[in-house]
Design a protein around this ligand. Structure first.
Ligand code: APR
Length: 242
C-alpha cells in the first residue's frame, strides 16, 4: 500500500479508536538526548550488558553497577520529554479514550510529559529496592555518599530495574497484557523488538484483533508484521499524526 495511503489509514484508525496501547522503547527518548541500547553509540556499545544489567553483575561489583545507573539518572534528570512523549500524553487526554503507555523505558519521561496510565515493564531508574527486606522506595538522588547505598534495615539497595534473567513485575505485566488484549490499535514506537517477554505485547494485541502501527527509525520484526509502518523519528512523526 503506497505510504501516504498507509498514513491515512493509520491516522483514521487512531482517530476512531477508543482503546489504544502505546508500546514504547528507548527510541522514544532518543530525541531527548538519551542513548538507546543497540543503536550506534548505544549503551551496550559502551559496556557489556552482562557487566551492569544482571543480578550476577550486581553481586560481583555493586558499586560498578550503581555508577552505571547513577550516570543514567544524571542524564535523565538533565533532560526533558520530547514531542513524541508529549503527543502520546495529549492524545490520551483527548476524546475520553482509554490509553495505556506500556513502556520498556525506565527514564520516567512519559510521566513527566503527563501520561497518566504508564506501565513500566522494566522498572524505573527512580526507585530502589532493598536486597534484604524488599522495600521499594522512590529515590531521585544522582549521587550517594555511600555506594552501594544502604536501606534503613541495613540491607544493600539495588536499582528497581528488571535485569536480564529476571522476571517482569507480575502485576504490571498482567495489566499490560490485559490492555493489549482490549485495545483496538497498538502503536509500537522506538523499539528494536528483540527483548522478550516485553516484545510479545504487540503480538498479543494483534492476536486479539488490534491493528498494529509501528513508528521506528529502522525496520524491525514488529514492522515487518504490522498493518502500518512509518519509518522515521517518533518526535517528527507522532505530533502531526496524533
Ligand atoms: N524515533 C523512532 N525510533 C528510534 C529513534 C527515534 N528518534 N531513535 C532510535 N530509534 C529506534 C532504533 O532504530 C531501534 O530500533 O529505536 C530502537 C531502539 O532499540 P533498542 O536500543 O534495542 O532499545 P529497546 O528496544 O528499548 O530495548 C529493549 O533491551 O537492553 C534492554 O531492558 C533494556 O528496555 C530495554 C530493552
Amino acid at each position: 500500500m503506497p505510504r501516504d495511503r498507509e498514513r491515512l489509514a493509520a491516522r483514521e484508525a487512531l482517530a476512531r479508536a477508543r482503546r489504544v496501547v502505546f508500546f514504547t522503547g528507548a527510541g522514544v527518548s532518543a530525541e531527548s538526548g538519551l542513548a538507546t541500547f543497540r543503536d550506534a553509540g548505544g549503551l551496550w556499545e559502551g559496556v557489556r550488558p552482562e557487566r551492569v544489567a544482571t543480578p550476577e553483575a550486581f553481586a560481583e561489583d555493586p558499586a560498578f553497577v550503581w555508577r552505571f545507573y547513577l550516570a543514567r539518572r544524571a542524564a535523565a534528570a538533565a533532560t526533558s520529554p520530547n514531542p513524541a512523549h508529549r503527543a502520546m500524553a495529549e492524545y490520551a487526554r483527548s476524546d475520553h479514550r482509554e490509553v495505556a503507555v506500556v513502556t520498556q523505558n525506565v527514564d520516567g519521561l512519559h510521566q513527566v510529559a503527563g501520561s497518566a496510565n504508564v506501565l513500566e515493564l522494566h522498572g524505573s531508574l527512580w526507585r530502589t529496592r532493598c536486597e534484604a527486606c524488599g522495600a521499594v522506595a522512590e529515590d531521585r538522588a544522582t549521587s550517594f555518599s555511600e555506594v552501594p547505598p544502604r536501606c534503613r534495615c541495613g540491607g544493600m539497595l539495588r536499582p528497581d530495574i528488571v535485569w536480564f534473567g529476571e522476571a517482569l513485575p507480575p502485576t504490571v505485566f498482567q495489566a499490560a497484557s490485559q490492555a493489549a488484549r482490549r485495545c483496538e490499535v497498538c502503536v509500537v514506537v522506538g523499539t528494536s523488538a528483540v527483548v522478550y517477554p516485553a516484545a510479545g505485547i504487540p503480538y498479543e494485541a494483534a492476536r486479539a484483533g488490534a491493528r498494529i502501527l509501528v513508528v521506528n527509525a529502522e525496520e524491525t520484526e514488529h514492522a515487518r508484521e504490522a498493518d502500518w509502518f512509518l519509518e522515521g523519528k517518533a518526535g517528527e512523526i507522532l505530533p502531526d499524526f496524533l
